[in-house]
Design a protein around this ligand. Sequence first.
Ligand SMILES: [Zn+2]
Length: 271
Amino acid sequence: MPEDIIRIGNVEIISLSDADLSFPAADFFPTVSAETWTSHRQYLGDDGNLHPNAGCFAVRSSGRTILIDTGYGPSLTGRLFDELSAKGVNIGDIETVTFTHLHPDHVGWNMRSDGGQTRPSFPRARYLMPQADFDFFTSAGSLENFPYIKDQVLPLVELGLVDYVEPETDLTPEIRVWSTPGHTPGHVSFLINSAGERGVILGDVAHSPVQAHETDWNPGFDVLQDQSRATRHAVFDRLEQEGMTIAAGHFPKPGFGKLVRVEGKRIWQAL
Ligand SMILES: [Zn+2]
């Protein structure tokens, strides 16, 4: 049984699964033909669909507890709070919630209805957002396309709880914000460097282990298709070369693994 909690040096990473998603493969990767999928069947479910996990990660570093992404929220199964409690994370301990980007499966539990009132789900937290994503998702015309922003992002701004994360800054002495744009304009990953060990919270640089070798494949959800592909190649080349431990929220849970080369082909090797 893979572990839901791993350590990178002194940093603890806790995998949290909010929901199981399901998409026809042709919808998810619109440029990939049904014929191509016949030789990649192992990456699909028995029903022929892709089943990305809607994963989040809690990270304990330098005495702080940080939640990275808040899942899809109550409109799907939305089990994030059960997962937090089962894995020993007290929501009152979370002092920072940060986001890889502002798509709906990453901000879904920012606000929570409770007794007829809607409140921030993490009462002690400040919320860190990539500025370029905030600007993109709240720009003129965008709010009609992304209506969840009004419910899950703007109320936090009105309450004065939002700060903007700048790439290449440090969340803690062990966690650095890494600019990995393309999936969305301000998409970021998080590099962990502690006691000689290194890892990354990947975000949506990739959505399926098939992209370890089919690195050109872009989901239709990628906002900037060419930049997303270029970022994926650059990030995967670095992660493979440096042998980093990867936490990938959309890969099969718990989403921990490495990129390794076997007989010339780069593959995802789950921990
Ligand atoms: Zn996502």
